[in-house]
Design a protein around this ligand. Sequence first.
Ligand code: ADP
Ligand code: MG
Length: 675
Amino acid sequence: MKLYMSDPISRLPLVGPVYQKRLKRLGIRTVEDILLHLPHRYEDYRHEKSASYLKEGESVTIRGKVETFRNQYTKSNKKIQLLVVKNKKSRFKIVWFNQPFLSRTFKKDEEFYFSGKTGWFGREIVLMSPDYEKIEKGKPPIHTLRLVPIYPETRGISSKWLRRRIFDLYSNEVEFTEYLEGEDLSRMKLIARESAFKKIHYPKEFDDVYEGRKRLAFDEILTLVFENRQREGEWIRKKPNFSLSIKDDEMKKFFDSIPFKLTASQIKSINEILKDMRSELPMNRLLQGDVGSGKTIVAAASCFASFSCGYQSVVMAPTLALAQQHYETLGNLFKPFGAKVSIFTSFSGKKKDIDADIIVGTHALLYKSISQLNVALVVIDEQHRFGVKQRAEISEITKHEDCVPHVLTMTATPIPRSIALTFYGDLDVSFMKDMPMGRKKIKTWIVPEEKRTAAYEWISNEIKRNKVQAFVVCPLIEESEITSMSEVKSAKNEYEKIKKIFPDLRIGLLHGRLKSGEREDVIDKLRRGEIDILVSTPVVEVGIDIPNATIIVVETADRFGLAQLHQLRGRVGRSVKQSYCLLFSESKGERARKRLEILRENHSGFELSEMDLRMRGPGEIFGIKQHGIPELKIASWSDIDIIKQAKKFVQEIYSDKNKYKRVFEYYDNKKIAFN
Ligand code: ADP
Ligand code: MG
């Protein structure tokens, strides 16, 4: 029988409706799926030993002829099974627990392999509950005498059952759908798919497993990169809405009006952006800069460039509070130039708001048709909050147009390199390496519970003495963009608590369920210095810029990812004043403590996000998995070499589509087979 990768698993013998259902729980529907159901470990039963000289705790395979079998009761009234087997001249015992049916398996004089661990039984060393397999001429052992793969199981499907099915599968002629040519394989030091599967399910050495996995990991990553490149391709084929003839002397007027001296990174990034906006291709640039590095002014310069050519810009922020802040910042910056800035949120939604030169809003804006406007530039702030999907969405919105706006995405929590490489195809990246002059490292303290009161006292004094402000970030309840009621409740509780602790200070509260007017009010008050301590839910905090705030307290710090904590910490340290970050944690765990210590010692968002990735996985960093970073099955997000290789290969196949027809066909077929 010929088997294709896309064939349903029911084509294998003994896989009826009941098993199909169970296999589905393991995500196995097709022949390819079962082959991709990789062992999570192996038992090394390669070494056949004779029954003499067994040591305790060895993993061994012993061959032996059945002599006697008997069920026996222990003192504690448990049933055990005792098998005596003859191996050459010596005998040895095998013990099982609660498997009386084994009496039907072991017939006198039949020869078996037994693979398992040795252990003490009374005063003897015996084999404990080993795997066994009858020796039959011409049939290689499957469950014994080799590197035996142990597969992830589910109820009703054992590792042994899976091993048998995969073995049976190999008695057919399998079409492994190789899409790489021999020369590509040898150039990339990869093995063929066929041998990759073989080496994983039937390894001779542990190195085989490594090689096999490497190839399959490449396949997995390549699929992601390839699909992304296809989306990207649609984007690149379009023309920019407007290719702008930005005048240097106009820009100079704007630069002269900025109240501070731009950092070298800011100047470099602005130049890169202006160059993109002048070009015939739509800009697709990521501006990556640590919290407080001053990305807003770079965005502002870009908006100004668009404005100076007579076009609109859209600035999107993940939260209302941040939209509000951008609205004010940009409003102030552009006032001298007569540029009209408006704020457009799901609350306002007034038509007249979209007549302005610069339209600031939350992502609700994203779903209004950008293409209706005269928009040359879209700025997306705090991109990681939006996730990978957002750009695809802009692409979607403008699907039926031939043109797309220039897009600048900004992120403070830097996207780890491996993820950026995979998902941001030909995205250009500007890095902001330096901070504005005179910034000090934020002193980070992990505060044990017994010092809480002392910490509050210190905060109170600090606020009074230096006329600074503080944030208190409420406990994290769930990682969700949507403010849940329980989160609001916890914010209110925290607010009441803080009011009692600091009776002589002015306390404010900010959470996602405040009405829009109330929210702006709170932030205005904070900015004017009329609030000493702002209690806020974790989601509202992003991007808020209050240079006079120098203290941030984070409750349940252990529940946050490192990158998020760094982002929170970045709410302070935005002036030349010394700032402080106090971390409270409920967890006494070693791991939690380690993570907080890493944050204390490390002040680079980039390094922290890489560490977070290694420690918690991508789903955790970005908060919500739906945001588009898939869980990898075979590869890992730290396989940077494989990711680079896949990326390079995708570039190659796109530059010579004819030569790599096979790859394109492979993915076309895959789409048909799996959709
Ligand atoms: P982020 O990169 O986190 O978005 P912001 O753009 O909010 O940072 O800038 C943080 C603070 O630093 C703001 O108060 C801003 O006015 C100030 N700032 C930005 N660039 C400079 C600079 N070159 N010199 C001094 N202050 C700056
Ligand atoms: Mg910002």
